[in-house]
Design a protein around this ligand. Structure first.
Ligand SMILES: *Cc1c(COP(=O)(O)O)cnc(C)c1O
Length: 230
């Protein structure tokens, strides 16, 4: 079990290093979030002990026991759709929110963070593919959105996040990831936030190498890295 996990981690690491090499990027520019939503508390603990200290989950109900067991041993990333009435559960526990996609959510995060004196690093989730089954802000609304965010002092925009459609050929996801990078660059040119935004949270098990080639700074890896149980 543990040996298998160790081997998976090594295999993914080699693939990340090779993608960085192809893209002329330094390995230190890409961070890995281990997505543990498909695995048990025990496997999550093993993953953390093997050095995967950024953990991603998308439902508070599911992650709660894991968070309670390992809160201080990892940095926690909320990567899934966040309902406004669940904001109270995640503020103060998750270091990063990857799914900021609407003003009502921003306002609630701001309120809860401010009342606790916290600053929350967030990624704005864009729906680059335009699929109506995907969450995310339509990209053409990004600049108006960040103008409003700029007035929320407890939110700090780390970058942009997207999910590519599932493709059997990972290469087909490239325009989505390139599109996210271009929106980030445009965001910086427009300067509405008053600071530079560097982060690109993109790439999952099936497409992370392409995402890295296109500039990902955080890849969110579940199945390929920690496996899928039950
Ligand atoms: C589940 C999930 C992942 C990881 O999925 P895998 O394909 O198993 O790597 C990444 N990002 C988000 C937002 C997810 O919900």
């Amino acid at each position: 079990m543990e040996e298998q996990l160790r081997e998976r981690i090594q295999a993914v690491e080699a693939r990340i290093a090779a993608a960085c090499e192809r893209a002329g990027r330094d390995r230190s520019e890409v961070q890995v979030i281990a997505v543990t939503k498909y695995v048990s508390l025990e496997t999550t603990g093993k993953a953390i002990r093997l050095g995967l200290n950024h953990i991603g989950e998308n439902r508070w109900q599911d992650v709660q026991p894991k968070w309670e067991a390992y809160a201080d041993e990892a940095t926690w990333h909320f990567i899934g759709h966040l309902q406004t009435n669940k904001v109270k559960d995640v503020v103060g526990k998750f270091a990063y929110i990857h799914s900021l996609d609407r003003l009502s959510l921003a306002a609630e995060l701001e309120k809860k963070a401010a009342s606790r004196g916290l600053t929350i690093p967030c990624f704005i989730q864009l729906n680059i593919s335009g699929e109506d089954t995907k969450y995310g802000l339509p990209p053409e609304q990004l600049f108006d959105f960040v103008k409003r965010i700029a007035a929320m002092p407890s939110l700090r925009i780390e970058g942009l996040m997207t999910m590519a459609p599932y493709e059997t050929d990972a290469e087909a996801t490239r325009p989505i990831f390139r599109g996210l990078r271009e929106w980030r660059d445009r965001l910086n040119e427009e300067g509405h936030l008053g600071y530079e935004v560097k982060g690109l949270s993109m790439g999952m098990s099936g497409d992370f190498e392409v995402a890295i080639e296109e500039g990902a700074t955080w890849v969110r890896l579940g199945t390929v890295l920690v496996g899928k149980e039950s």
